[in-house]
Design a protein around this ligand. Structure first.
Ligand SMILES: Cc1cc2nc3c(=O)[nH]c(=O)nc-3n(C[C@H](O)[C@H](O)[C@H](O)COP(=O)(O)OP(=O)(O)OC[C@H]3O[C@@H](n4cnc5c(N)ncnc54)[C@H](O)[C@@H]3O)c2cc1C
Length: 541
């Protein structure tokens, strides 16, 4: 312990979707001293807060880890861009803001896999606790929580046409995707509060910032968990290039996200023994599950040229319309910049015999060339896109450190499209997108299908198109998987197996990916995890 080491009750590493929630809840009643460490900086850049500002932060190293996967064998050896927030709010400060909990059966499956208390009935109270639902409270939704969940702030004509076409194609109309049933098409709700992004930094942490018992350090990257006699006692970290340590009387809670949480555990000697030995890292506990079981959605974005200048491309491509949109937003918090641009979507089953949908559609009022969002420029003509997202892929990948240097990026492998099922279901999703586009409500709005394009019709042609253009859904989970089996990293109270006073609470603990965007489930995990930590505090046991 160095002379200037401070001591806290709890140390939380990572101020992302989960970490801000955990730090805010643990410091709430004032009894505990909490330190929150964030590798990135503050979230003062205005583009973070403008809902349609995320293209500006998608590939900006100031706010983004900008990871890349290893070459993917199932995707013609392509590397996949992996943006992740490196800023207060983490990925909730750069994401698409869609609020989607997944299907109740996702959670019931978690329980069946040994995660007692994480079935739908066990998690619903924590979704409701965090929520401030625009449409009011009911059996599924809560009001008065920190996180505003709102209806699309502006109507986008192309999204409305897409919903009408999806209904014509046979999908039921759906007005709430978070009421336990997902099949259908409708508006997506978003984490937008009074037409500004609601990240967990703004929703949970801003009201907590002035608490005397909460210390927040930015530009502070945790490099190692200090473990003595099988117990986590603190954190080594680097702040603006200077190495420091902090001690925890109570617990260390790792909230670094799907890539950085397993990285920190591995750097601390908790991981697959071969990997650690090869890199010369002293092994504290052989844990083959740390960094294993990476699961993500698989997404294929289908692009359409639009007959009318009603898409967000048309604003991006016109200086005059950009000025008007900027003025509308600045003066009235209105206009297209108040929207996330992902205002509609839906769910279908690739096979009617399934007990729940396995394909999600995301209708975006913009389109861009290229495979991923890094450096993407909108098409120079009116366009929109619809993602066909396989939400329950069999593919499992890994996150493994490549060096003992804590600042070096880990190696990320997804193994997408290595099974026939994963290909078949993705193909069904893309064919559905085309079927919906051909319906009378939408067909007059389409000047042409840009991707996959009219030349793609046979299974072989679809396969080629999907393998050459599919991407990660950006919803990675599972690298510090919760469970009771030998490979599980944390137990159902999120405690790291075999190490006392150490928990992980973020997307990485999900036993399997939920059938929807993962921000809301991550916030739920943080809410439930924080409640467990407080229950387990020595004076409460
Ligand atoms: C481009 C994109 C769009 C998305 N869109 C949506 C969407 O519309 N809706 C939705 O529900 N989900 C969306 N997601 C997914 C969702 O945002 C994530 O699943 C969720 O934010 C994960 O939260 P987390 O707390 O696990 O990690 P993060 O939010 O990434 O938080 C991790 C935090 O820890 C910090 N950190 C990491 N390592 C260290 C360290 N060693 N020391 C200190 N700090 C550290 C990071 O800088 C970061 O702030 C999207 C994801 C991406 C990438």
């Amino acid at each position: 312990m160095t002379a200037n080491t401070d001591t806290y009750d709890y140390i939380v590493t990572g101020a992302g979707s989960a970490g801000c929630v955990v730090a805010a809840r643990l410091s709430e009643d004032g009894r505990y001293r909490v330190l929150l460490l964030e590798a990135g900086g503050n979230d003062s850049n205005p583009w973070i807060h403008v809902p349609m500002g995320y293209p500006k932060v998608f590939a900006n190293p100031k706010f983004n880890w900008m990871y890349e996967s290893e070459p993917e064998p199932g995707l013609m050896g392509k590397r996949l861009y992996q943006p992740r927030g490196k800023v207060m709010g983490g990925t909730s400060a750069i994401n698409g803001m869609v609020y989607m909990r997944g299907h109740p059966a996702d959670y019931d499956e978690w329980r069946q896999r040994g995660c007692a208390g994480w079935d739908w009935d066990g998690v619903l109270p924590y979704f409701r606790k965090g929520e401030d639902q625009e449409n009011g409270a009911n059996a599924f939704h809560g009001v008065g929580g920190p996180l505003r969940v709102s209806n699309p702030p502006v109507r986008l004509e192309i999204a409305e046409r897409w919903i009408a076409a999806a209904i014509q194609a046979g999908l039921p109309a759906k007005d709430d995707f978070n009421d336990g049933q997902q099949d259908g098409a409708g508006d997506f709700q978003s984490t937008i509060d009074r037409r500004r992004r609601a990240s967990t930094a703004t929703a949970y942490l801003d009201p907590a910032r002035n608490r005397p018992n909460l210390t927040i350090e930015t530009h502070a990257q945790a490099t190692r968990i200090l473990i003595e006699d099988g117990r986590a006692v603190g954190i080594a970290y680097v702040r603006k290039g200077v190495p420091r340590t902090a001690r925890a009387r109570g617990e260390v809670i790792v909230c670094g996200g799907v890539f950085n949480s397993p990285q920190l555990l591995q750097l601390s000697g908790l991981g697959p023994v071969d990997l650690l030995r090869n890199l010369g890292i002293p092994v504290i506990r052989d844990m083959p599950g740390v960094g294993a079981d990476l699961q993500d959605h698989f997404s294929v974005r289908c692009n359409f040229r639009c007959t009318r200048p009603i898409t967000l491309n048309d604003i991006a491509n016109s200086l005059w319309r950009r000025v008007v949109a900027g003025a509308q937003y600045v003066l009235f918090r209105g206009g297209p910049l108040a929207s996330s641009g992902i205002a509609a979507g839906g769910y279908v089953r690739s096979d009617a015999r399934l007990d729940r949908p396995d394909i999600q559609f995301t209708c975006c009022a913009f389109s861009y060339a290229g495979r991923d969002s890094k450096g993407a420029q909108p098409h120079p003509f009116p366009g929109f896109s619809v993602g066909a997202v396989h939400v329950s892929p069999e593919a499992r990948g890994t996150v493994r450190i490549q060096s003992p240097d804590p600042l070096a990026p880990p190696a990320i492998a997804f193994n997408f499209l290595r099974t026939a099922n994963d290909l078949r279901i993705t193909m069904a999703g893309v064919r559905w997108v085309r079927r919906i586009a051909q319906q009378p409500a939408l067909a007059p709005y389409i000047a042409g299908e840009i991707f996959p394009g009219p030349a793609v019709n046979t299974d072989a042609e679809f396969e080629h198109a999907i393998r050459s253009n599919g991407v990660s859904g950006q919803h990675g989970v599972g690298t510090c998987r919760m469970g009771t089996d030998e490979r599980a990293v944390v137990d159902p109270r999120l405690r790291v197996h075999g190490v006392r006073n150490l928990r992980v609470a973020d997307a990485s603990v999900m036993p399997s990916v939920t059938a929807g965007n993962t921000n809301a489930p991550t916030i739920m995990i943080a809410e439930k995890g924080a409640a467990m930590i407080l229950e387990d505090a020595p004076e409460n046991t």
